[in-house]
Design a protein. Sequence first.
Length: 112
Amino acid sequence: MSVQKSSLYKGLLEPIIMQLLKENGRMYGFEITQKVKEITQNQLQITEGALYPLLHRLEAEGVLDASMETFGNRVRKYYSLTTKGKKQTAGALKEVQSFVETLQILFKPKLT
């Protein structure tokens, strides 16, 4: 399932990326997409069209730091959380957890 095709995942893309960066320190875009595919066993695939605009926005907002590094004959842009980003990640994860708990209440099978 592609993030672009599912409105359910669209709202979670930002906290997913922030959590990955929290856990891994720094990552480049393609690495993020591959890690999400791996962790979710191909259930969630983030497209470049969804990922890069979000990374650029988070960088502009001061949530992410970016650094360029040459790897072979290729230049990669690595992203990492800023201090502001680390604080924002904690809040985003609490919000996601609360949302999941609410969904569990709503969709919990009623025992009769």
